[in-house]
Design a protein around this ligand. Structure first.
Ligand code: PGA
Length: 253
């Protein structure tokens, strides 16, 4: 039985004080979820990770980074390694978010290296995939998502794949207020599960969590989370307020 994962991607938002306030607010509102079949994850900007980790240390809330570099140390100015994230107590890392793919120009080859290093170093990666608006409109959703899965997962053994959560995030739905309908999302989620089954077998496909992301809000979370193959959500904008993020967590209970 797959437990649900409700993840907040704070992106390049908050500051030192408000990141702690947000994390503490979410922790105190969500004490009741301890023991439930729902995991909660916060992904603040790198520099606020220590403050957020400290703020949720007594709560059943995991903390992750929004990105990581694949080399372990050395002359890579500006980058952060897996061992650094582990060192401060992170458990998760987002890999291949569409903003990294499309703004920073990260391709599947880099995402693949990041996934591999993250898993070897003991982090649990969330691999993001999703099509752009014009790709959906020209009927290329399946092709794009399959291509990203194949490229990002190239050469990853079943043992390594077990650590991965997938997030389907249609680019046209991110930060736009446009959400995929529950049926549209379910269709792609079931397709992703099918592709995982082809690559890693039926049993592994049933175990893998597949999150939906893209303008998730308290008002649409329940219906999305009610779909058979939607095992959680990756939330951007609505994760920046205690009340809206908590309402999304409650929708998963
Ligand atoms: P959004 O972002 O909820 O603001 O659309 C989701 C994401 O990019 O992970």
């Amino acid at each position: 039985m797959r437990s649900k994962l409700i993840a907040g991607n704070w992106k390049m938002n908050t500051d030192k004080a408000s990141s702690v306030e947000l994390a503490k607010g979410i922790a105190s509102k969500n004490q009741a979820i301890a023991g439930e079949n729902v995991d909660v994850l916060l992904c603040p900007p790198f520099v606020y990770l220590p403050g957020v980790l400290n703020s949720v240390k007594d709560a059943r809330i995991a903390v992750g980074a929004q990105d990581v570099y694949f080399e372990d140390n050395g002359a890579f100015t500006g980058e952060i390694s897996v061992s650094m994230l582990k060192d401060i107590g992170c458990n998760y890392v987002i890999c291949g978010h569409s903003e990294r793919r499309h703004i920073m120009g990260e391709g599947d080859e880099i995402v693949n290296k990041k996934l591999s290093s993250a898993i070897s170093g003991g982090l649990l990666p969330i691999l993001c995939v999703g099509e752009k608006k014009e790709q959906r409109e020209s009927g290329k959703t399946e092709e794009v998502v399959e291509g990203q899965l194949n490229g990002s997962l190239a050469g990853l053994s079943e043992n390594k794949f077990m650590a991965i959560t997938i997030a389907y995030e249609p680019v046209w739905a991110i930060g736009t207020g446009l959400t995929a309908t529950p049926e549209q999302a379910q269709e792609v989620h079931s397709l992703i599960r099918e592709k995982i089954s082809q690559k890693y077998g039926q049993e592994q496909a049933q175990e893998t969590r597949i999150l939906y992301g893209g303008s998730v809000k308290p008002g649409n979370a329940g219906e999305l989370l009610g779909q058979e193959d939607i095992d959680g959500v990756l939330v951007g904008g609505a994760s920046l307020k205690v009340d809206s993020f908590s309402a999304i967590i409650e929708a998963a209970l």
